[in-house]
Design a protein around this ligand. Structure first.
Ligand code: SF4
Length: 766
């Protein structure tokens, strides 16, 4: 068994070198194997990495990038290997571990140290007033949860959070239990990431999901990658971009930072790539100002209109006439948007904006991809609606090589939403759920993530339960969220590994150890498979084969079934909930999928289609038939007023982001090698012109202090200033360390997503 690190990250070891201008290649293979062998040893490394993302294997617990039709023997990236190694590690967190470490001791550890301790082997409870977690039996744990839920005055005093790794089967069972209990308080990690995409796309084209397939990426002639760093967050996407380029596509990156992954790619699947030959990816990089993308896409649309007025060949008038509403008011609006406002908003010259505009003019098939760099701003929904506008102008929806592509960061975050993990599901879903299970599900909308934290802060929540994830480190305004959590009577974490959400708890706390994707899941009817949905709406099976870390670890479905059996045996809950044999659902997941077929659109013949090696693709009317399930039945061009984050004198706009040794809030290691940061995380990347303007120095240690209209100053201490080629006025630092700077109430209009990509901060010398 490999040994866990004795201490956390030692910032005194921090080293800063020139950022990389190339990515992947042999270094990625080396890093991946180092982590894999350290965590799993040679046998498990082979058992897992030769099965991840394979047709009869398990789905990578990392991001939601789709799997190609033809899989390579090593169908994973460096960060996928790290995600697998972290889960399939041989390190264990046993009851003895908890006896050695008091809660106070665990609270002093950093995220890296906590995550490196290994897989949790037993259900654990922390009693009110105790100092240490102690073991508890599953039955006692389920009883405790059911008693606490039954004791609440209203089901709306409970919150049930979901992280994007939860399988379709577990997510569907979980939402059924929660709605049976009587609430829609089902916040999820999507609230903090692509909620803005869902809100904008639903209004524009009627479906809140991406409209392209992997084949479309290969067939596109222009791919714009905006506010996304695939080199770290979706690394196999680089291979797809390289393939598209070999087929004649142009790639444009729009990002305040020059990211190595979008500069050059060394294909680890090819001998030449391993030998060091790189392929240039971006043909053009626009170092846009944080939050400037609405201005950029308005500028591109203006350019398309002006070019069309010259030649009448740029806008797809036939498509616009047949399928779209709102064209004339939109074109009239474009004519009023001043170029100098676009320059200020984007931090780019008019020529740079028009250069990208010309790329759109020349391209017969265009895709725009994006991630958090667009979704976590106050005006994010308008920004993404403007992307849809630009694509609609040229008919780039519902044909090969064209469309919208929000790239999801969590392996099944899209699937969870499809399964009903959402605080405001459509009436149709509720009607079908009620008909299928013979109960009346609650219809009042529940809390999303930000609303849940407010309710916890205000003492309105007695029980908080999280299905996976690290709520405390993923959410904004850390000090507020921690205090809010401590107000709960009971917090329940369904987890594979330790994290901060286990050490900041309610008065009582439970840790329920769950199986991971790599683990064999054997129930009464035998080995079980689960299913997931990727960013491109493809649903496929996932089967783990490893022996679980201990016989006391249960599947997410089994945990839900265990709680539900206790809960619905209670008087109040029984009057509201569905009459259901939860043990049967636990015993055979095919029963769950049969219910999903009856309730969720697009899952006909679920079982037999899951037998297909590549699974099946869910319907997407705009992609499939250019039909737009909006209220009017037509796509909507929307008029968005140009807005962008203001930058007060003597301040910078900060974005929180991941290092290369990180996946969401999981810290794999202490380096961010593509950006030249080694052995440390408390750095703030600042443009040299801003360093001079602010009167600080490269290498100086400062506090980051955020300022927002609530007048509260939020502080993150001891960050080393690093001179970095980021867009002028824009800085960057890692989360979760900087989530403390993001005000809880600073959210995107129309989606309530925290504005983690444009936080006004000052750098305060220490
Ligand atoms: S690209 Fe994403 S899904 Fe694919 S192996 Fe890497 S982390 Fe896993």
């Amino acid at each position: 068994m490999s040994r866990a690190p004795r201490s956390g990250i030692d910032e005194s070891e921090l080293e800063v070198v020139e950022p990389e201008v190339t990515s992947v290649g042999l270094p990625a293979v080396t890093h991946a194997m180092q982590v894999a062998l350290t965590q799993m040893g040679p046998v498990r490394t082979a058992q897992t990495l030769l099965r991840v993302n394979q047709k009869h294997g398990f789905d990578c617990p990392g991001c939601a990038w789709p799997d190609p039709e033809h899989r390579s023997p090593a169908e994973f990236c460096e960060n996928g290997a790290k995600a697998v190694a972290e889960e399939a590690t041989t390190r264990l967190v046993t009851p003895e571990f908890f006896a050695r470490h008091s809660l106070a001791d665990l609270a002093r550890q950093d995220d890296f140290w906590l995550g490196q301790q290994g897989r949790i082997t037993h259900p654990m409870v922390f009693d009110d007033g105790a100092t240490h977690y102690r073991p508890i039996t599953w039955d006692d744990a389920f009883t405790l949860i059911a008693d606490e839920l039954e004791a609440l005055d209203s089901p709306d005093q409970a919150v049930f959070y979901t992280s994007g790794r939860t399988s379709n089967e577990a997510a569907f069972s979980y939402q059924l239990m929660v709605r049976g209990y009587g609430t829609n308080n089902l916040p999820d990690c999507s609230n903090m990431c692509h909620e803005s995409s869902g809100a904008a796309l639903t209004a524009s084209i009627g479906v809140g999901k991406g409209s392209v397939s992997l084949q479309d990426i290969y067939d596109a002639k222009l791919i714009v990658v905006a506010g996304q760093n695939p080199g770290t967050n979706h690394p196999r996407m680089l291979g797809a971009l390289a393939k598209a380029k070999r087929r004649g596509a142009r790639v444009v990156s729009v990002n305040p930072l020059p990211e190595a992954g979008l500069i050059e790619f060394k294909d680890p699947q090819s001998p030449l790539g391993l030998a060091g030959r790189g392929e240039k990816l971006s043909d053009l990089h626009l170092p846009i100002r944080l939050g400037g993308d609405l201005g950029l896409f308005l500028g591109i649309a203006k350019h398309l209109l002006e070019r069309d007025e010259e030649s009448s060949e740029v806008l797809d008038r036939d498509f616009l006439e047949r399928y779209c509403d709102g064209l004339e008011p939109y074109l009239a609006h474009l004519r009023t948007v001043p170029w100098d406002e676009i320059r200020t908003a984007t931090g780019l010259t008019e020529a740079q904006v028009r250069e990208l505009g010309e790329e759109f003019v020349r391209s017969p098939a265009t895709i725009v991809c994006w991630a958090m760099g667009l979704t976590q701003h106050e005006h994010a929904v308008a920004m993404i609606a403007e992307i849809a506008n630009v694509l609609l102008l040229q008919g780039n929806i519902g044909r090969p090589g064209a469309g919208v592509c929000p790239v999801r960061g969590h392996s099944n975050v899209q699937g969870d939403r499809t399964m009903g993990i959402f605080e405001r599901m459509p009436e149709r879903f509720h009607d079908r759920l009620d008909a299928e299970f013979g109960f009346a599900s609650p219809r009042d909308h529940g809390y999303d993530t930000v609303q849940a934290i407010r309710a916890m802060r205000d003492g309105k929540v007695g029980v908080f339960m999280a299905m996976g994830g690290n709520f405390l480190r993923a959410t904004p305004d850390t000090d507020v969220t921690e205090a809010a959590t401590r107000r709960c009577r009971l917090t329940v974490q369904v987890s594979t590994k330790l994290n901060r959400s286990h050490v900041v708890t309610g008065r009582r706390a439970l840790i329920l150890p769950a199986l991971g994707r790599t683990d064999a899941d054997v129930q009464a009817s035998g080995p079980q498979r689960v299913s997931v949905e990727d960013s491109m709406s493809a649903v496929h099976a996932s089967v783990g084969r490893l022996t679980p870390p201990s016989p006391h670890v249960r599947s997410e479905v089994a945990i839900v079934a265990g709680i539900a059996q206790q809960l619905f045996a209670r008087e109040k809950a029984a009057t509201r909930g569905p009459v259901l044999d939860w043990a049967a659902l636990q015993g055979d997941y095919r029963l769950i999928r049969r219910h999903i077929e009856a309730v969720v659109d697009g899952f006909e013949d679920y079982e037999s289609r899951l037998d297909q090696p590549t699974g099946f693709v869910l319907p997407h009317p705009p992609r499939d038939s250019r039909s737009f399930p909006t209220p009017s039945g037509r796509a909507q061009l929307q008029v968005n007023q140009l807005t962008y984050p203001a930058l007060p004198e003597g301040r910078v706009l900060l974005q929180t982001l991941r290092s290369h040794d990180q996946y969401n809030t999981t810290i794999y290691g202490d380096s961010d090698r593509y950006r030249g940061i080694h052995h440390g995380r408390r750095v703030v990347l600042v443009n040299p012109l801003d360093i001079e303007r602010l009167g600080v120095a490269d290498g100086q240690v400062v506090d980051l202090v955020s300022e927002w209209r609530d007048g509260v100053e939020r502080r993150a201490e001891r960050f080393r200033v690093v001179a970095y080629p980021t867009a002028v006025g824009c800085a960057a630092a890692y989360y979760p360390e900087t989530n403390v700077l993001v005000p809880l109430d600073s959210v995107a209009k129309g989606s309530n997503t925290p504005t983690s990509k444009s936080v006004v901060v000052r750098l305060e010398p220490r």
